[in-house]
Design a protein around this ligand. Sequence first.
Ligand code: SF4
Length: 606
Amino acid sequence: MASKRVGGTVFSTVEKHPSHRIRLRPASGNAALFHMLFAVHFGGAYREQAFLCAGRARQFLFQDAMMQNYFFENADLQPVGEKFYVRSEHGESVPLRRIRLTDTPACFGGAKNPDFFIPDVTGPYGDAGSGDTVVLPCRQRPVPGSGTQLARARSGEVTPEMSFVAARENANLEGFKASLLASGNAKLTARLLPLLERIEPWSGERVRRQIAARTAVIPASFCHPELEPTVIGRHFTTKVNANFGTSSSSKDWREEGRKLQEALARGADTVMDLSTGQCIRETREMILRASPVPVGTVPLYETLERAGGDPLAMTWEIFRDVMEDQARAGVDYMTIHAGLLEAHVELTRQRLTGIVSRGGGMMARWMRSFRRENFLYEHFEEILEIARHYDVTLSLGDGLRSGSIYDGNDKAQFAELKTLGELNRRAGERDVQVMIEGPGHIPMPGVALNSVKEAELCDDAPFYTLGPLVTDIGAGYDHITAAIGGAMIGAAGTAMLCYVTPKEHLGLPDSKDVREGMVAFKLAAHAADVARGVPGAILRDHLMSDARFEFRWADQFSLALDPARAREYHDVTLPGAASQKAHFCSMCGPKFCPMKLAHDLFDGEN
Ligand code: SF4
């Protein structure tokens, strides 16, 4: 391994292509192991060379790194339709996907059908012609210390990010409307045009007003240039976050890159790296450089690692250094467990399942042992300083979220929520964007109350919930129990849902679990959008129903949230080209297909 000593530190890099240099941290500790893993992960022969980085000693970076593209030659990951760009008000290209629907068969009246557009978060991975490795393009970003999105919104400025997310939220509904009118499809036009005419498109200025009012956030660190911005707030489409990351019992951190791309393929709006195992920094760095969507972390996890795994050895100083390092690396939002106070811990004594948040449990142990106040609460002003400098959005963590429906909506949970409201207001004074995290396990009658209380106590800041799971007996299927609660709380106004996978409570999810969890939660989020009347959300449903009633199987697959799964299930019993035109499927068969009978019902009269 080539290396160079600078002062007392040895530096090294690997290089696959002269223009794509990958810088590595000082070659000590895990770095040697990481060099080896990295070479295996990304394949090919790397030429290693010395690299001088005296100004950023101990800083570990991938830069302009080639990322393995799992979309390449993997039909299951291929996004539907073709990439399509619209221009933002600032002239940036905003990626969407165009779904070209097939014509209505002559037997059903014969008509053209419009092109439909959906948001695209797959970055360069899903691009036609991309190979087995990709390099993420970078956007221009202000230097750290510039005005945050919130500060600029308050000053009346529409930022490039506000324009970008406005175009992304609109998903080219204007283009869809034009395509619908041009199709001459009278039946579809009569049904959809009234809906389209009620929609007021997002503009950069309308987004700015939401950011300035602190009812929405754009998590976009100054140090994450690979990011394509997204907006999170109750007036926008409901977003879904996917978690992954290593644990001490998962040794293969390379799988996390695969999971990231699996999540993007299913439409993850943000991702969180929750690594607690080996190579925390390396895994995070790889995810940041590989992610076109906002990346979140829980800095307390790395604090624990740097404290040698002992919660009682954690200090504010260690946390501060971790937060600053993560902010400098480009993390867009961070879960901060500053609302869990020493007085709240006693409120959990009678709980059935105690404290189930990892970060909450660590802080509770620390406070109880030292009989001291939460150092994150005591140093919150310094946390705000770091967040403002890098424009990191704070996701104020719910360390006391309930871990069972017995504990749902208890005093401890709402006492912490009240403190989160106080912290949210303090963050607003420093121009720091905030989301509020929520539960957990909540029985159905109590789900909406969480959204109501959050809006009341936290001034309508974007709410970000885990599920909630509406029953405790779903082991193996908790993506379903959580998606039920997710749809309910989304309909009540929650801005972002954190997905849950079938492995919840049982083990670390693999990429298959990521797919199941993502699809369940994209469905929950979409159902919530339909319930809330989010402009344009219901159009996809109507197009799907139209395709279903006309037995346009290819369009049904394209409009489904998981097209590959829909096609696979259909083709199990009716494979081949002829079955793609059949006026039935194997569920009811040709003689009993009610859709077919419904068509025949009025045949004599027409
Ligand atoms: S056979 Fe049954 S399930 Fe299949 S298309 Fe007809 S109505 Fe639908």
